[in-house]
Design a binder for this molecule. Structure first.
Ligand SMILES: C[S@@+](CC[C@H](N)C(=O)[O-])C[C@H]1O[C@@H](n2cnc3c(N)ncnc32)[C@H](O)[C@@H]1O
Length: 226
């Protein structure tokens, strides 16, 4: 479990994350640029919860880094409601390191999209920003089929499944980090969806889980959630 509780030491937070994930020097530099830019923009743009910046490496970077292992072969990722780039920009940096694959980021807030575009330029992340509502962007998202879809702090699982059902039915893996309410979200979602799902430990949040969804069918032949 990665947990830097020593908020007086941002370096401990950074070191703990970089050690846990053993990323390359180049990737660690790119992640450091992301954190620097986030801190710089946060002062005027208020992009993330102010209280989360003290341990930004564990709270945001590690929480995002841990997702890629749940769809290790995915080349085309999608991050819905990317906010300030978590997990999307971090995954884009990992895909850049890998030398193949990319991630599409969907975000409706213009201020956040401006930061996301800046962060992609500054870090070299293999990512593209699509500004607009998820329901409007998904139907017009061209290119290769989506291999993995993620979303952090966007909506309860049942709603995420509703948003991503076409992608999941077409073979995408859903990688959804969830907090302490993961079990009740799963129970609720199962009223509407028959899913194959693994609830895997989070390396950052001992009460949370990463829900990895591989197959999905609507309960009652499509008369479930509306
Ligand atoms: C709580 S924030 C989470 C941001 C980021 N994923 C994170 O975990 O730090 C949710 C984000 O989703 C965006 N969002 C919410 N509903 C959306 C929609 N229907 N289409 C596109 N973006 C949306 C919001 O603008 C916001 O930036």
């Amino acid at each position: 479990m990665i947990s830097s509780s020593d908020l007086s030491s941002p370096d401990a937070d950074r070191l703990e994350t970089l050690t846990a994930f053993s990323v390359s020097r180049e990737t660690s530099d790119r992640l450091t640029i992301l954190v620097q830019e986030l801190r710089r923009w946060q002062a005027v743009k208020n992009l993330v919860g102010a209280g989360t910046l003290a341990n930004v490496w564990t709270r945001h970077i590690a929480d995002s880094l841990q997702l890629i292992r749940h769809a290790p072969d995915a080349r085309h990722w999608l991050d819905l409601g990317s906010g300030a780039g978590f997990p999307g920009i971090v995954l884009g940096i990992l895909l850049r390191e890998r030398g193949e694959g990319h991630i599409d980021l969907v975000e409706s807030n213009g201020r956040k999209c401006t930061f996301l575009r800046h962060a992609i330029r500054a870090t070299g992340a293999s990512a593209a920003v699509h500004q607009g509502r998820i329901a409007d962007i998904l139907p017009i998202l061209g290119g290769a089929p989506v291999d993995a879809v993620t979303a952090r702090a966007l909506a309860p699982l049942a709603e995420l499944l509703d948003m991503t059902k076409d992608l999941l039915r077409n073979g995408a893996t859903g990688v959804f980090p969830k907090g302490q309410d993961w079990e009740s979200e799963l129970t609720e979602a199962r009223k509407y969806w028959r899913i194959t799902v693994d609830a895997l430990p989070s390396l950052v949040d001992s009460r949370g889980r990463i829900l990895v969804v591989r197959e999905l069918q609507e309960v009652d032949g499509g008369h479930g959630r509306r």
